[in-house]
Design a protein around this ligand. Structure first.
Ligand code: SF4
Ligand code: SF4
Length: 198
């Protein structure tokens, strides 16, 4: 045993080094937070809970049943039931199995009318798999719940216009997509509340 090693053992140098580190950390800023009392800021474009965007002007979903999202989904977790009515494609039901989703956002990028979004909402753990299978009504409700908490005047999801692709190659509807006015949504909900009270 070398002399330095011997001294270290006798005077418990390593233990004191460890204790000094513990003492130092006691007075430094913690890297963890007290969830759920504290929450981290969620940045735009976070890939969270799925939602079908409710068009603030028609109050309905914007899906045109083109099936691009189902085709591009690598997990095959989007199911669409559609029917042709008076030469128009009508979406009867739209289902996403979130328990199989890998949150790649390909569906959001592929949608030509920006009808689908992965919101910044991440608090939706569930006890059963069925609770993570969202149908059309639930997907619209996911949007309503999410937008109620939105702080800004407009909403625009960063995956609606995929980076690295020449904008001239996007469908016209996607190129002209405008941020969604939250004020208009609030007015709509007030109108609805007035109608139901009359
Ligand atoms: S995020 Fe990816 S895996 Fe999830 S539904 Fe969309 S395309 Fe499918
Ligand atoms: S890509 Fe968009 S418009 Fe087409 S079916 Fe999917 S959600 Fe609907």
């Amino acid at each position: 045993m070398k002399l330095k090693e011997f001294i270290n053992r006798i005077f418990l140098v390593e233990i004191f080094k460890g204790l000094s580190l513990t003492l130092k950390m006691l007075f430094s800023k913690p890297v963890t937070i007290q969830y759920p009392f504290e929450r981290r800021k969620v940045y735009d474009g976070f890939r969270g809970k799925h939602a079908l965007v409710r068009d603030p002007f028609t109050d309905n979903d914007k899906c045109i049943g083109c099936m691009r999202c189902t085709t591009v989904c690598p997990s095959r977790c989007i199911y669409i039931k559609r029917e042709k009515k008076e030469n128009k494609m009508v979406v009867i039901d739209y289902v996403i199995d979130a328990s199989r989703c890998i949150y790649c956002a390909y569906c959001v990028e592929a949608c030509p009318v920006c009808a689908l979004v992965l919101t910044e909402d991440y608090e939706y753990s569930a006890y059963t798999r069925n609770s993570l299978i969202f149908n059309k009504e639930q997907l619209l409700k996911n949007w309503d719940d999410f937008i109620k908490k939105w702080q800004g005047d407009f909403y625009f999801n960063k995956f609606w216009q995929p980076p690295g692709i020449d904008p001239s190659r996007w469908p016209k509807t996607k190129r002209e997509q405008k941020p969604i006015p939250i004020k208009r949504i609030i007015e709509n909900s007030k109108e609805k509340a007035d109608e139901s009270s009359n």
